[in-house]
Design a binder for this molecule. Structure first.
Ligand code: NAD
Length: 357
């Protein structure tokens, strides 16, 4: 396969971890006979410094003509002024909008070797393997809003709206993913209270019964889901939910494995390139020290191979290599818990060695 991949290193540890992903992607290309054209472009704070914009037009154009986009992280204290006209995060929101990425995928996988870092007991959390689909471009975050004085009282409002096609497309994506996993999908809503949730539930139930009768399907209220996620996380396979509930539930779920530096995420649309990134930020406190954990970004690269390039064997090869280095005892400082640590490059060296083994 020949594919153009845009790399957006961004700020803080972004360039350090993207450098490591580049090494792994080159190794995958060599081992499996692909040609990846890796192109770097500006986003975030560094883009503001160099061009005045957090998302320069050249970056947008390059992303549009790519097969996939791999992002490091954006932001940092240098650009933190809340009154600034331009902010690094605008680059991230802008590229998601440009590429019409309506679904955010967040795998929550606990690694047996790291499970003691979880705030939950080993016997509750061990073996957890959930894939969240959060709707990303609709719902209350994009609804009409306003504020003012009503009957002499200061008030504000925000509207939640969903349309049938918005629900159909994300439920279909999630159901397809469930078919390739453990064949179980849970849709989360608040249908006992919210009208858009009633529509969400109705559409999800229809899509599942008409198009995916072979997938085991359940609905859960978001308040119940918040509890089940902590008490029985192993019981979930694929979970689909709206923008607001997904925002909160995926952050809750990201605590389960107990290590931020291990978690990737992907944002995808119906067509065009997807955007793949670690869920952590630019970690300005450790930027430039060469000690960042590259594994979340390597796992994001694996998601990119799977979901945008459709290279399942190659994706599994990266994921297996990551598991193998953890099993071999290698730890960056953030996941070490007293064990001997390796730095960013050494950790990647070990992954590369497993990939060629
Ligand atoms: P953060 O995720 O950057 O860091 C939180 C803590 O986790 C820090 O102690 C950091 O050192 C550590 N950490 C994070 N990733 C690590 C890794 N790969 N290896 C080792 N340790 C790691 O969150 P924050 O400190 O709240 O935010 C810092 C900056 O990042 C802010 O400007 C914020 O706006 C931005 N941010 C960006 C994104 C993104 O680009 N997607 C996401 C979250 C935060």
């Amino acid at each position: 396969m020949e594919a153009k991949i845009v790399l957006l290193p961004g700020d803080g540890i972004g360039p350090e971890i993207i450098n490591q992903a580049e090494r792994v992607l080159e190794q995958i290309a060599a081992r499996f006979g692909h040609r990846f054209h890796l192109e770097r472009h500006l986003i975030g704070g560094i883009a503001i410094d160099q061009t005045g914009s957090p998302l320069p037009p050249e970056t947008v154009a390059a992303c549009h003509t790519s097969s996939a986009v791999l992002l490091g992280a954006v932001g940092g204290p240098k650009w933190d002024d809340p009154n600034a006209a331009v902010r690094p995060e605008q680059g991230l929101l802008g590229i998601r909008k440009e590429l019409q990425l309506f679904a955010n995928l967040r795998p929550i996988v606990t690694f047996a070797e790291l499970v003691d870092a979880s705030p939950l007991k080993r016997d509750v959390v061990e073996g957890t393997d959930i894939l969240f689909f959060r709707e990303l471009t609709g719902g209350i975050y994009f609804g009409d809003s306003g504020s003012g004085v009503v009957d002499g009282v200061e008030s504000a409002f925000q509207t939640m709206a969903y349309s049938v096609p918005e629900v159909e497309r994300i439920v279909r994506l999630a159901a397809e993913a469930a078919k390739g996993r453990r064949n179980h999908l849970v849709s989360v809503d608040k249908a006992n209270v919210l009208e858009p949730s009633r529509l969400w539930r109705r559409v999800a139930q229809r899509v599942m019964s008409e198009e995916f009768p072979e997938v085991r399907f359940e609905v859960l209220l978001v308040d119940a889901m918040a509890m089940h996620l902590i008490s029985r996380p192993r019981d979930f396979d694929v979970v689909v939910t709206s923008n607001l509930f997904g925002d909160i539930l995926t952050d809750e779920a990201s605590m389960l494995p107990g290590s931020l530096g291990m978690l990737p995420s992907a944002s995808v649309g119906s067509a065009g390139p997807g955007l793949f990134e670690p869920i952590h930020g630019s970690a300005p406190d450790i930027a430039g020290k060469g000690i960042a954990n590259p594994l979340a970004t390597l796992l994001a690269s694996a998601m990119m191979l799977r979901y945008s390039l459709h290279l399942e064997t190659e994706a599994v090869a990266v994921e297996t290599a990551v598991r193998d280095v953890l099993a071999a005892g290698l730890r960056t400082a953030d996941i070490a818990r007293g064990a001997t640590t390796v730095n960013t490059v050494q950790m990647t060296d070990a992954v590369l060695a497993k990939l060629t083994a």
